[in-house]
Ligand binder design. Structure first.
Ligand code: MN
Length: 329
């Protein structure tokens, strides 16, 4: 991993962010509440210091997250930005179709341990990147000047990346930040209801289908659901409807690692892999071995294969090894 860029301290980051500049804020592809929350919280923070900004993402976010995006259009427009900041983006490939902007990124603010440091960066391996934005605002003594929307964004990212504060990434310091954020009197229950307890009919249908197509390997310790392009078309489900599928196949007793494989609609040779680990199996290093990355217990990658069968075989082989090694240890 090339280390040509230097890491920034929180105070040097604060100094840079304080400078008044038109800013483009970049989110990662398939945007989740942490990247969106980081972007819109940062936008509010920049506004306090007189900088106008626009948020861009290669994919259209789910309408569910309108409380974060305020319904803004996140498509990229070529404008004269004086600064580009990427948030919750671990590598250029995570920018998807906007990856051509990676070279122009001035600052990356991230929390992924596998960050490739493709620009000058600030990193703190917090449970969510939104905590980094909150701590930046605190460092800049801006908390009292920020609107409720800032705190809603931060809370959404924190709750989303911790699965509602229940994943292993939750540390005492996570709860300390959450405690401070809750003092802003946001409606946290409503945010959680929107993110976790409200599903479209298509998502419910996709959930049922996920259990139907799921296969188990390694004596039921590895669960895999493969969504081919044809299967998705036949059943009228899109990738957004199955964004949570990996968590469904993860929730089966005895499963140590859960995987979903999604064939791309645009390029049938392309397959997106999402993986989750219920134990001390580091799925980010498995994903890194095929060009992906993420967190120890939640990681992803994209691979190219000639057929869904080939993709399935490759993925099952790779993760079976990790599962078997863990069982032996
Ligand atoms: Mn994140």
């Amino acid at each position: 991993m090339s280390n040509q860029f230097k890491g920034l301290s929180l105070s040097s980051l604060a100094k840079l962010v304080r400078k008044k500049k038109n800013t483009l804020i970049l989110c990662h592809q398939n945007p989740d509440p942490d990247t969106l929350g980081s972007a819109f919280a940062l936008k509010e923070l920049l506004y306090v210091f007189g900088s106008l900004s626009r948020v861009a993402c290669c994919d259209v976010p789910s309408k569910k997250f309108n409380f974060i995006t305020l319904g803004e259009d996140l498509s990229y427009h070529t404008l004269n930005y004086e600064r580009i900041i990427a948030v919750d983006v671990a590598s250029p490939s995570q920018l998807g179709k906007l990856d051509f902007l990676a070279k122009s990124v001035d600052i990356t603010i991230d929390h992924h341990e596998m960050n490739t440091r493709f620009s000058p960066y600030y990193e703190d391996f917090r449970a969510s990147n939104c905590e980094n934005i909150y701590l930046l605002a605190k460092k800049m003594k801006a908390l009292k000047k920020l609107p409720k929307h800032f705190f809603e964004c931060v809370y959404a990212g924190m709750s989303s990346d911790t699965g509602g504060f229940k994943y292993s990434n939750v540390k005492p310091e996570t709860m300390s930040v959450a405690c401070e954020v809750l003092k802003s009197e946001i409606d946290h229950a409503e945010i959680n209801r929107i993110m976790f307890d409200s599903k479209t009919i298509e998502e419910i249908k996709a959930q049922r289908l996920t259990y139907e197509i799921m296969k188990l390997y390694c004596d039921n310790a590895l669960s895999v659901a493969m969504f081919t392009k044809d299967f998705k078309k036949e059943n009228g489900i899109n990738d957004e409807d199955i964004s949570d599928a990996v968590n469904h196949v993860r929730g089966i007793e005895g499963v140590l690692v859960a995987i979903t494989i999604k064939q791309s609609f645009d390029d049938e040779r392309k397959f997106f892999i999402s993986s989750r680990s219920n134990v001390e199996i580091d799925v980010s290093s498995v994903c890194a071995s095929i060009g992906g990355g993420g967190h120890k217990r939640a990681a992803g990658a994209s691979i190219f294969c000639e057929s869904p069968e080939e993709a399935l075989e490759l993925v099952v082989d790779l993760f079976s090894k990790a599962v078997e090694e863990f069982k032996k240890s």
